[in-house]
Write a protein that binds this ligand. Structure first.
Ligand code: NDP
Length: 323
């Protein structure tokens, strides 16, 4: 079968399309015919060797995907051959077939297409945990969403609005801000607006923002603290700038701020939190209240270009690769 293979870590152009043997499902695993792969910023970092876990080469990238169950390994129950599923595995999805532990399958509401299903797990579970599980956002409260037109950003706006929250969206271009408004953002601002800290604080009633989803990091992390309201919660979800941030604990003390880290991979081991998120998200997606935003779609041979476009901030919604 055709698969993308990475032999050495680096920029996206290290990815090569090759013929490799199709994987066989081991005990507890299922083999899936891949329909669509959702590309995350984490995939780009993993290929560069800069992700939170060590990338072992050679490997086939692709952690989030949707497809049709093609065969079952020993001992798998509760999954049918022919069923459409989404999956959140470690890697291996940029290929015709991928195997994944049955425990990593995510129920997908029937009204989603393959690409929409592939755009769902990472962004929506992360947005839910950021806004609700860890962020404890409530109806009527303001939330700041950075990189608002991206995969996580669009999911966060939709979920926040469904929760009755008011959204301030930051993004790098007017086109991206227009998408944020279309999804329900109440206030939109260019992320390089020279007066952005004051404008964000003013938008949230002059007192700053009670909940901030921080995904850029570096010097922007300090800005997030400056934009936060007293007793505000800053949920650290990403570091798209790939720069180090400084944190002075005394500053948190002075304004009673809370900074909380969020990594979906480790939060998935909290089965109660995952089940609660799955229940809430299935209801919202099933009723059409939120719809995964499918972004630009590429073929397997254009995988390197897809990764580079995500890195170059050219994309909105979830970047999809269809093998
Ligand atoms: P996106 O689709 O949001 O794409 C990344 C976006 O980040 C860009 O479009 C860009 O938006 C913004 N950005 C800001 N600064 C930079 C920069 N210096 N270089 C590149 N991009 C920049 O990707 P994802 O939805 O996959 O991820 C968004 C963030 O959330 C990432 O930091 C990612 O690592 C994190 N994340 C973390 C998870 C977790 O479990 N902790 C799970 C999912 C995502 P703009 O042009 O508008 O600035």
């Amino acid at each position: 079968m055709r698969a993308v293979v990475v032999d050495r870590l680096g920029a996206p152009d290290v990815m090569e399309l090759r013929d490799v043997p199709a994987p066989t499902p081991g005990p507890g695993e299922v083999r899936i015919e891949v329909e669509a792969v959702g590309i995350n910023f984490a995939d780009v970092l993993a290929v560069a060797g800069e992700y939170l876990t060590r990338t072992r080469v050679p490997y086939t990238p692709g952690m989030e995907f949707a497809g049709i169950v093609e065969s079952l390994g020993e001992g798998v129950t509760g999954v049918q051959v022919g069923q459409r599923v989404a999956a959140l595995g470690g890697s291996g999805a940029l290929a015709r077939y991928a195997t994944v532990n049955a425990a990593a399958l995510i129920p997908v509401p029937e009204n989603l297409s393959g690409p929409q299903a592939a755009a769902f797990p990472v962004s929506y579970f992360t947005a839910y945990h950021g806004l609700k599980t860890l962020g404890r956002g409530v109806s009527g409260e303001w939330v700041l969403v950075q990189a608002a037109a991206g995969a996580l950003g669009t999911a966060s706006i939709q979920l926040a609005k469904a929760m009755g929250m008011h959204v301030i969206a930051l993004a790098s271009t007017e086109e991206k801000l227009a998408l944020a408004r279309q999804l329900g953002a109440d206030v939109t601002l260019l992320q390089d607006d020279p007066d952005r800290v004051r404008k964000v604080r003013d938008a949230a009633g002059g007192r700053g923002v009670p909940l901030i989803l921080e995904v850029v990091g570096g010097k922007r992390f300090q800005e997030s603290l400056d934009m936060a309201a007293a007793q505000g919660r800053v949920i650290v979800i990403g570091n798209a700038s790939r720069e180090q941030a400084n944190l002075r604990p005394v500053e948190l003390m002075k304004r009673n701020l809370t900074v909380t880290g969020l990594w979906l991979t480790s939060l998935m081991t909290d089965h109660a939190a995952t089940a609660e998120a799955a229940r809430a998200l299935s209801a919202l997606v099933g009723s059409g209240q939120v719809t995964p935003q499918v972004g630009p779609t590429y073929g397997l041979a254009d995988s390197a270009r897809a990764f580079q476009d995500l890195l170059d901030r050219k994309t909105t919604g979830k970047v999809i690769i269809e093998p």
